[in-house]
Design a protein around this ligand. Structure first.
Ligand SMILES: *Cc1c(COP(=O)(O)O)cnc(C)c1O
Length: 224
């Protein structure tokens, strides 16, 4: 079973410098994650807090865990103690809960603002209007432990590449707008997390700095 290592090598060869890879390990066993670790990866993404925490317990401590799925308020404590980055911050209320908890735990944590760019209802996130109209400078000045490091988004699940491209372009445009206005001077505001197994190349063409890839590395997920 050297398939995982081979898949990673092929993907990394095609990754431009400045773009980092989050290997998405939801539904994968710790053994599979360890194969990816042994192939050199140190950043992994999970969409459920409990699964992330369970894997963190049995895997090497130098792994950086990204939470990429919707976070419920009753899981904030465990999310903060487990993750180094929460990519799926989708409300101001959640952002403040994370900040309070991180401050209580004495832990600095990086967050990305998830922005809703798809036409599907199922994908959560700030609307484009909310993202552009929120007074982020004010929000940021109240934060004690959280740093906002950029944006995250998921395109519509479709074969229509031009639709996907236009959604990614919208996300990148929103990122630049925020960077140049509310977040001007915030040097940590620099990431655009977009692109998965089916659309990572388009995402990179549109300015992605973080891609989140599961299937291309580990194979198809068995649906539960
Ligand atoms: C599952 C998931 C991914 C990875 O999806 P693949 O198609 O397996 O690469 C990326 N981002 C999020 C938010 C996910 O839930």
């Amino acid at each position: 079973m050297h398939e995982i290592a081979g898949n990673i090598r092929m993907l990394l060869e095609e990754l431009p410098s400045g773009v980092s890879l989050v290997a998405v390990t939801k539904t994968r066993t710790p053994e599979e994650v360890l194969e990816a670790y042994n192939a050199g990866l140190r950043t992994f993404g999970e969409n459920r807090v409990q699964e992330m925490a369970a894997k963190k317990l049995v895997l090497p401590p130098d792994i950086s865990w990204h939470l990429i799925g919707h976070l419920q308020s009753n899981k904030v404590r465990q999310a903060v103690s487990t993750a180094s980055v929460i990519e799926s911050v989708d409300t101001l209320r959640l952002l403040r809960l994370i900040d309070d908890e991180a401050s209580t735990q004495g832990k600095a944590i990086d967050c990305l603002l998830q922005i809703h760019i798809a036409t599907e209802e199922t994908k959560s996130g700030f609307s484009l209007t909310e993202a552009r109209e929120t007074d982020w400078s004010r929000v940021v000045s109240d934060l004690k432990a959280v740093k906002i490091c950029g944006v995250m988004g998921m395109a519509t699940f479709t074969e229509d590449t031009e639709k996907v491209r236009s959604e990614f372009r919208t996300l990148a445009g929103t990122f630049r707008h925020l960077r140049d206005t509310h977040f001007a001077g915030e040097s940590c505001f620099r990431d655009i997390s977009m692109g998965m197994s089916g659309d990572w190349q388009v995402a990179i063409e549109e300015g992605s700095t973080i891609i989140r890839v599961g299937t291309l590395i580990f194979g198809e997920r068995i649906k539960k």
